[in-house]
Design a protein around this ligand. Structure first.
Ligand code: MG
Length: 158
């Protein structure tokens, strides 16, 4: 079994759509980025790539590539899922933390986890998403950014 870790942080910008875990969450500000800025999916993507020793999200989907401008980050996970399959890796589980002062994400945790499982075509019981605040500290605590951490484990199949 292999384990990988992922981390991402994006700035919150007023008037943008907030995308997290592949969902659109009502909030006056959204995450800026070349793609849709979905820091949760990006952290999960890096955890999966790391576990498989397949590099990182920036190598596979460079932010200089116009194809990924405003792209839905689910396409990154779908492609990574295909690469894992090709290398005979099966996803055992994904666990993630979203660190956001606002909005309150507890009503969306289960939906985000279910959506990640759906994107990766794995059982919803294999994905967990947790949410916490930053206790008002620093840029995340001031609501200027959202950070995400993820860990993934893979097993080698036949
Ligand atoms: Mg990112």
């Amino acid at each position: 079994m292999n384990i990988g870790i992922g981390y991402d942080i994006h700035r919150l910008v007023k008037g943008q759509k907030l995308r997290l875990g592949g969902l659109t969450i009502p909030h006056p500000a959204g995450l800026s980025g070349h793609s849709d800025g979905d820091a949760l999916l990006h952290a999960v993507a890096d955890a999966l790539l790391g576990a498989a020793g397949l590099g990182d999200i920036g190598e596979h989907f460079p932010d200089s590539d116009p194809r990924y401008k405003n792209a839905e980050s689910a396409i990154f996970l779908k492609e990574i899922s295909r690469l894992l399959k090709k290398s005979k890796w099966a996803i055992v589980n994904v666990d993630a933390i979203v660190i956001a002062e606002r909005p309150k994400l507890s009503p969306y945790k289960k939906k985000m986890a279910a959506n990640i499982a759906w994107i990766l075509k794995i059982s919803p019981s294999a994905v967990s998403v947790k949410a916490k605040t930053h206790e008002g500290l620093g840029d995340i605590g001031k609501g200027r950014a959202i950070a995400c951490q993820a860990i993934a484990s893979l097993s080698k199949g036949k």
